[in-house]
Design a protein around this ligand. Structure first.
Ligand code: G1P
Ligand code: ZN
Length: 559
C-alpha cells in the first residue's frame, strides 16, 4: 500500500479523533442488483434516504472491505454527482480507505477513470454515471465499481455486492463538512488522503503515447475540418484540450463542450437519433470532413464522414483492418473481440488477418479477461462502444483519435475508406430496433415464447428465408472458465443473415426489447440498410409477434 510522508499521519490522528464515525441503521433495499453496467435507477430513487449509501456499503462488503486501500472516484457530472461524491468520500474514510484519488469537481470520464486506476496502481474505483441515459432530477443516475485492472467488476463481484445489499443493516459514514473538490492537491478527510487531480492531464498524456499526433496535426494544418459534438457531457474538456488545443483543429470544432448537470436537457447518446444536429450537418451541404460525438460519460462514440454515417460495427471492423497505421498497434493485433449482437464485420477482418475473434455477451465487463490475458487488443460493441487494451473501458475520444490517425496516414475520405473496406471484406448491413419502456411481463412472455420455439426453427422459413440454426447465446470465458447463460436469442438464416433478440439490462423503466438485424452482401455495397434488411425485419415480426405482444407498431429507436 502507499505510504504517506511528512506529518500527515499526526494530522490524520488529530482529525480522526475530531470527527466521529457514525453507524446508520437501515432496512435493506431489495432492488440493488447491478445490471449490464452497474446500478442504474431514476435519480429520485438514488436520492431516497440511505439508498446510495447502502449500495456503497454493499460494494465495500462485496470487495472484501476497503481498509488500507486506494480508490479512484469520479463521475460524468450529471445532477447528484457532487452530493454522491461527498457521500462516497465520507464512507470511504469511515471504512478505513488509505486514499481516494478524485477528479477535480468529482469529474472523470469513464475511460479516464479506468486509466487512473491502472496508472496509479489503485485497488479499484467508483464511477458515478448512468452513461448515455438522460440526467437531472427526473433523469437517471448510476454507480459502478471498477476493479484494479481498471475494468468493470466481473459478475462474481457484482453478485457478491447484490448479496450483501439484501441483508445490509447499516452503513458507516464520517461526520464531516463537504470537501472542496475544486482545488487540485491533497487534503485529509479523517484518516484518509483525498488527492484531487486534473481529470484531463493523465488521459491526454496516454493518448499522445498511442497515436501519431504529428500526422494528425498536419491533417488539421491543411483544409481538413472536424465537428465533435460533446453533447454537453463529460468529454467536452477532454475533446477541447486534445482536438483543438493540442492537435490544432479550428476553434469551435468542438460543440456543446461544457458539461451540464442535465446535459442541456438532452439525451447524451451518440447515435443518429439523439445526435441529429450533427448528423444533419454531416449529411448537409458543405459538411466537415469528419464528424463525431460521445456520450454522457465519454465511453461511447459515433463516427461520421462527409455524407456518411459509419455504424459502430463497421467502425470496429475498419479500425481493426487499419490498426497498424497507429503507433500503438503497429506490431499488429493479438486478437479482437465483439459482443454477440455486434455485426460479424469484425470476424471477416480477423479471418483475413489470421487472428482470434472472440464473441462475448453484451457489456464491457466480458472483455476484461481477454484484454488482461493478451488474447484481444481491440474490442467493441454495436452500441457505439469501441476500445482497446490501453484501458479496460470503451473509450469514445480514443476511437475518434484512432480514426483521425488512420485518415491522416491514408489521406482518404471516410466514405472512400468504407467503400474500400466493403469492396475488400464485403458489407454486413446492420440495424438495431429498440422498443422502449414496454410492459415487463409482455416482454418476458415474448422472449419465453421465442425461446420455447427455438429447437423447432431450423428448416422453417421466416421473412421468406430459410432458418439454418437457432439458439440462446451462452458464454464460457476462456480465461476463468465462468459460464454466463441467457445472453440473447439468435436465429441464423441460410443467406448469412442473422437476427438477435434480447432485453436491455440498463433501462430504468419497464423493459426494453432490442432486435438486432444483419445481412451480408458482397455485391450491392452502397444501399440503404433498412431496405437491405427488410426480409430480416419481416422475419423478426413473424417470429416474435412483436406488434401483438407489445402493442407497438414501430420501434422507438432505430440505429
Ligand atoms: C447497453 C448496450 C451494451 C452496453 C451497455 C452499457 O446495454 O446494449 O452494449 O455495454 O448499454 O453501455 P443494454 O441496455 O442493451 O443491456
Ligand atoms: Zn457511456
Amino acid at each position: 500500500m502507499m505510504r504517506f510522508g511528512g506529518d500527515t499521519s499526526a494530522n490524520a490522528h488529530f482529525q480522526r479523533s475530531d470527527m466521529s464515525i457514525q453507524r446508520i441503521q437501515i432496512t435493506p433495499f431489495s432492488d440493488q442488483k447491478p445490471g449490464t453496467s452497474g446500478l442504474r435507477k431514476k435519480t429520485e430513487v438514488f436520492q431516497t434516504p440511505h439508498y446510495l449509501a447502502a449500495f456503497v456499503q454493499s460494494i465495500w462488503q462485496g470487495i472484501g472491505g476497503i481498509s488500507g486501500k486506494t480508490l479512484v472516484l469520479g463521475g460524468d457530472g450529471r445532477f447528484f454527482n457532487d452530493t454522491a461524491s461527498q457521500i462516497v468520500l465520507r464512507m470511504a474514510a469511515a471504512s478505513g480507505a488509505a486514499k481516494v484519488i478524485v477528479g477535480q469537481n468529482a469529474l472523470l470520464s469513464t475511460p479516464a477513470a479506468s486509466n487512473l486506476i491502472r496508472k496509479r496502481g489503485a485497488d479499484g474505483g467508483i464511477i458515478l454515471s448512468a452513461s448515455h441515459n438522460p440526467g437531472g432530477p427526473k433523469g437517471d443516475f448510476g454507480i459502478k465499481f471498477n476493479a484494479a485492472n481498471g475494468g468493470p467488476a466481473n459478475e462474481s463481484i457484482t453478485d457478491a455486492i447484490f448479496e450483501a445489499s439484501k441483508t445490509l443493516d447499516g452503513y458507516d459514514i464520517l461526520e464531516a463538512e463537504d470537501l472542496d473538490l475544486s482545488q487540485i492537491g491533497e487534503t485529509q478527510l479523517g484518516g484518509m488522503i483525498v488527492d484531487v487531480v486534473d481529470p484531463v492531464a493523465d488521459y491526454a498524456e496516454m493518448m499522445q503515447g498511442l497515436f501519431d499526433f504529428d500526422a494528425i496535426r498536419s491533417l488539421f494544418a491543411g483544409s481538413f475540418r472536424l465537428r465533435f459534438d460533446a453533447m454537453h457531457a463529460i468529454t467536452g474538456p477532454y475533446a477541447t484540450a486534445l482536438l483543438e488545443e493540442t492537435l490544432g483543429a479550428a476553434p469551435g470544432s468542438v460543440i456543446n463542450g461544457t458539461p451540464l448537470p442535465d446535459f442541456g436537457n438532452g439525451h447524451p447518446d451518440p447515435n443518429p437519433i439523439w445526435a441529429k444536429t450533427l448528423v444533419d450537418e454531416m449529411m448537409g451541404p458543405d459538411a466537415p470532413d469528419f464528424g463525431a460525438a460521445s456520450d454522457g460519460d465519454g465511453d461511447r462514440n459515433m463516427i461520421m464522414g462527409c455524407g456518411i454515417y459509419v455504424t459502430p460495427s463497421d467502425s470496429l471492423a475498419a479500425l481493426a483492418a487499419n490498426a497498424t497505421l497507429a503507433p500503438a498497434y503497429a506490431e499488429g493485433l493479438k486478437g479482437v473481440a465483439r459482443s454477440m449482437p455486434t455485426s460479424c464485420a469484425l470476424d471477416r477482418v480477423a479471418e483475413t488477418l489470421g487472428i482470434e475473434c472472440h464473441e462475448t455477451p453484451t457489456g464491457w465487463k466480458f472483455f476484461g479477461n481477454l484484454l488482461d490475458a493478451g488474447r484481444a487488443t481491440l474490442c467493441g460493441e454495436e452500441s457505439a462502444g469501441t476500445g482497446s487494451d490501453h484501458v479496460r473501458e470503451k473509450d469514445g475520444l480514443w476511437a475518434v483519435l484512432f480514426w483521425l490517425n488512420i485518415l491522416a496516414q491514408r489521406k482518404i475520405s471516410v466514405a472512400d475508406l468504407m467503400a474500400d473496406h466493403w469492396a475488400r471484406f464485403g458489407r454486413n448491413y446492420y440495424s438495431r430496433h429498440d422498443y422502449e419502456g414496454i410492459d415487463a411481463a409482455a416482454a418476458n412472455a415474448l422472449m419465453d415464447h421465442l425461446r420455447a420455439a427455438l429447437t423447432d426453427l431450423p428448416g422453417a422459413t421466416a421473412g421468406g428465408m430459410t432458418i439454418t440454426a437457432a439458439d440462446e447465446f451462452a458464454y464460457d470465458d476462456p480465461i476463468d472458465g465462468s459460464h454466463t447463460a441467457k445472453q440473447g436469442l439468435r436465429i441464423f438464416f441460410e443467406n448469412g443473415a442473422r437476427l438477435v433478440f434480447r432485453l436491455s439490462g440498463t433501462g430504468t423503466v419497464g423493459a426494453t426489447l432490442r432486435v438486432y438485424m444483419e445481412s451480408v452482401e458482397t455485391t450491392v455495397l452502397d444501399a440503404d440498410a433498412q431496405e437491405m434488411l427488410k426480409n430480416v425485419i419481416a422475419a423478426a415480426q413473424e417470429l416474435a409477434q412483436i406488434e401483438d405482444r407489445t402493442g407497438r407498431t414501430a420501434p422507438d429507436v432505430i440505429t
